[in-house]
Ligand binder design. Structure first.
Ligand SMILES: Cc1ncc(COP(=O)(O)O)c(C=O)c1O
Length: 365
C-alpha cells in the first residue's frame, strides 16, 4: 500500500535529530515558553523573511489570534475562500467576526481578486488568502485591493512553508501570516503547533500577550482577554530540528511534481498550476469521475485524499448569509484528488502511482 501521506515516515527519517531535540528539552529547566520556543521563533522568522514570529498552539489559533490582534471582531466580515480547510473559517468565527466566502480562480484554486473585490462591503475588515496546496495566491492584486479599501491582510500559510512568489517569501506580503505545524504539513511536528509571523513589532507583542492569558512581559497580570495558546516546548524543539530540512524537502516535492507532470501529461486529468515558488503541499489533480478514480486506485493499493469537499459555504457552521452558489469552488470540490507527494512516501513510488492512474483512465469502470 502506498499511503497518501505518512508523517511517521518523516519521523523515522529524522529520528536521531528528533530524539536529541526531545532529550534536550527533558533535561532543560523550562517546559513552557522556554529556550526551544524562543530559538524556533527566531529561526522561523528568519526563514520566512520577517522580523517576528510568535509560536502558538495550532494553525487555527495562529489565524484567530492574528485576526484578533489586528482588531477584527464582532460585526466585521473577513473575505475567505470556501475551498480550504475548515480551520480557516473557524478562526474567523472564533474572533467574533463572520466569514464572507469569495470565489477562487479555477486555475490557481486560490482567491480570485475580482471576486474578492465584488465581496467587499461596508463590514469588510480583512482579506484572508489561503496559499492552497502550496501555490501562491495573487498577493500583489490582493494587497493592492486591501490597501485601496483600508483592509487588513492575514495570509493562511498552513500549506506554504518556504514557498515564494517572484522570489519573495509568502507570509511576508500581508500584515501577518499564520502557519500550522500539523504533522502532515511541509514542516510538521509530532502533534499540534502553529505560528504567526509579522513585520510589525506592536502586533507581535499583542500576539505574545494573547497566547498567554493576556499577560505582558514577566508580570502575571492579565491586560486583556487572552488564551492558553502557546507553542509547546517539545514541539518547538522538534520543529527547530526539522527546519533545516524544509527547503530540501520542498525541492523533493517539486521534483516529484515534475515527474508526475511528465508521466501524466496528455491524460484526461487536470494537472495543478505551475509556479517555481510553489511547494506542493499537495499535488491535486482533477478528474470528472474523481470518486470512481479514488476507489479504483485504493483497490490498486494507492492512497489518495480529497481536499476539500464540500466547500465551506456548504458547512452548517458557516452557511448562514453566504452566497448559495460558488460554481468554481463546487466544481473543484467535486473533482480534486490529492496524490501522494510527501517525499518519504512518494519519492520511489511516482511511476507506480502514474501507471495505476493510466490503467484506470484507459479502461474506465
Ligand atoms: C489551509 C489551512 N488553514 C488552517 C489550518 C488549521 O491548522 P491546524 O490544524 O494546525 O489548526 C490548516 C490545517 O490543518 C490548513 O490546511
Amino acid at each position: 500500500m502506498i499511503p497518501q501521506a505518512a508523517p511517521p515516515l518523516r519521523v523515522a527519517r529524522f529520528r536521531r535529530e528528533i530524539d536529541a531535540a526531545i532529550a534536550e528539552v527533558l533535561s532543560g529547566p523550562s517546559f513552557i515558553l522556554g529556550a526551544a520556543v524562543a530559538a524556533f521563533e527566531h529561526a522561523f522568522a528568519n526563514h520566512a523573511g520577517v522580523e517576528h514570529c510568535v509560536g502558538v498552539a495550532s494553525g487555527t489559533d495562529a489565524l484567530a489570534l492574528a485576526l484578533r490582534a489586528l482588531g477584527i471582531g464582532p460585526g466585521d466580515e473577513v473575505v475567505v475562500p470556501a475551498l480550504t480547510f475548515a480551520g480557516t473559517a473557524q478562526a474567523v468565527l472564533h474572533c467574533g467576526a463572520s466569514p464572507r466566502f469569495a470565489e477562487v480562480d479555477p486555475h490557481t484554486r486560490c482567491l480570485d481578486p475580482a471576486a474578492v473585490a465584488a465581496a467587499i462591503g461596508q463590514r469588510t475588515a480583512a482579506i484572508l488568502p489561503v496559499h492552497l496546496f502550496g501555490f501562491p495566491a495573487d498577493m500583489p492584486a490582493l494587497t493592492a485591493l486591501a490597501a485601496r479599501h483600508g483592509l487588513a491582510v492575514v495570509e493562511d500559510c498552513a500549506q506554504s512553508h518556504g514557498a515564494t512568489l517572484d522570489g519573495r517569501p509568502l507570509g511576508s506580503f500581508g500584515h501577518a501570516a499564520a502557519y500550522s505545524f500539523y504533522p502532515t504539513k511541509n514542516l510538521g511536528g509530532i502533534g499540534d503547533g502553529g505560528a504567526v509571523v509579522t513585520r510589525d513589532p506592536a502586533l507581535a507583542a499583542r500576539l505574545r500577550s494573547l497566547r498567554n492569558y493576556g499577560f505582558e512581559g514577566p508580570e502575571r497580570v492579565s491586560r486583556r482577554l487572552g488564551f492558553n495558546a502557546r507553542l509547546d516546548e517539545i514541539q518547538a524543539a522538534i520543529l527547530l530540528a526539522l527546519l533545516p530540512h524544509l527547503d530540501a524537502g520542498n525541492a523533493e516535492r517539486r521534483a516529484i511534481a515534475a515527474r508526475y507532470r511528465a508521466l501524466l501529461a496528455g491524460t484526461s486529468l487536470g494537472l495543478p498550476p505551475e509556479d517555481e515558488g510553489c511547494v506542493y503541499h499537495q499535488f491535486a489533480v482533477t478528474h470528472a469521475d474523481r470518486d470512481g478514480l479514488m476507489r479504483r486506485l485504493a483497490r490498486s493499493g494507492i492512497g489518495t485524499a480529497i481536499h476539500y469537499a464540500p466547500g465551506l459555504h456548504r458547512h452548517p457552521a458557516f452557511a448562514e448569509g453566504q452566497p448559495n452558489s460558488l460554481p468554481v469552488t463546487d466544481a473543484l470540490a467535486a473533482t480534486l484528488l490529492s496524490l501522494p507527494i510527501q517525499p518519504e512516501v512518494a519519492a520511489g513510488a511516482v511511476e507506480r502511482v502514474a501507471a495505476a492512474i493510466q490503467e484506470c483512465l484507459s479502461c474506465p469502470a
